[in-house]
Design a protein around this ligand. Structure first.
Ligand code: TMP
Length: 206
């Protein structure tokens, strides 16, 4: 059986990743494709528990510990869900993956992109997405959208503006360095236009 495809969706908080992920999932299923939607951190039980930890504003978590927690959640997701699904030929849509750690912990927390890349290579066994959709939004717009949500801000969303500016710059740099894998989408468009552009980017893969 042909191996499935791993498609990741990346961007700042408030970029519209989750909206795009569910719209894409529905569009692929409508075409009769075997697609599954997962999120990071999470997707399997141990990783969902880690998600609760890293998002908890009441917890003190150092930058290195934070990077390792995301990597641990990812290692579990890869082994328990991603590898079995990809081996079974499923198209996996994943809301965030390694690029989030490179941008948030590597650049946002200033741990350095390369050390964070190394711990993630260990965590994932080298699994890399077939395609990454990067929803590009100005940090101020992402921030406004996060604030408009009814939910209280989580531990990361409470960070100040320079943290998100570093993350946005790191995402841009990743997109420049891997143009064959990372496809940039303008998140200022309507959700319907973002979906159309995402489906066009996916077409050669499917
Ligand atoms: P979200 O899935 O609701 O966007 O929440 C995940 C939060 O965790 C978000 O603020 C981004 C952050 N994050 C990292 O800092 N590093 C990571 O590796 C991942 C997957 C998420």
């Amino acid at each position: 059986m042909a191996r499935g495809k791993l498609i990741t969706i990346e961007g700042l908080d408030g970029a519209g990743k989750t909206t795009l992920a569910s719209a894409l999932h529905a569009a692929l299923q409508d075409r009769g494709l075997d697609a599954q939607l997962l999120r990071e951190p999470g997707g399997v039980r141990a990783a969902e528990l880690i998600r609760g930890l890293v998002k908890d504003p009441a917890l003190e978590i150092s930058a290195r510990a934070e990077a390792l927690l995301y990597a641990a959640a990812r290692a579990q997701l890869v082994e328990e869900a991603l590898e079995p699904l990809l081996s079974a030929g499923v198209i996996v849509l994943l809301d965030r993956f390694v690029d989030s750690s490179l941008a948030y912990q590597g650049a946002g927390r200033e741990l350095g992109v390369e050390p964070v890349r190394s711990i993630n290579a260990f965590a994932t066994g080298g699994l890399s997405p077939d395609l990454t959709l990067l929803l590009r939004v100005a940090p101020s717009v992402g921030r406004e959208r996060s604030l408009e949500r009814a939910a209280p801000l989580d531990r990361l969303e409470r960070e100040a503006e320079p943290f998100f500016a570093r993350i946005a710059a790191a995402y841009d740099e990743l997109a420049r360095s891997e143009p064959g894998r990372i496809y940039v989408l303008d998140a200022d468009q309507t959700p319907a236009d973002v979906l159309t552009a995402a489906l066009a980017a996916l077409a050669p893969l499917l």
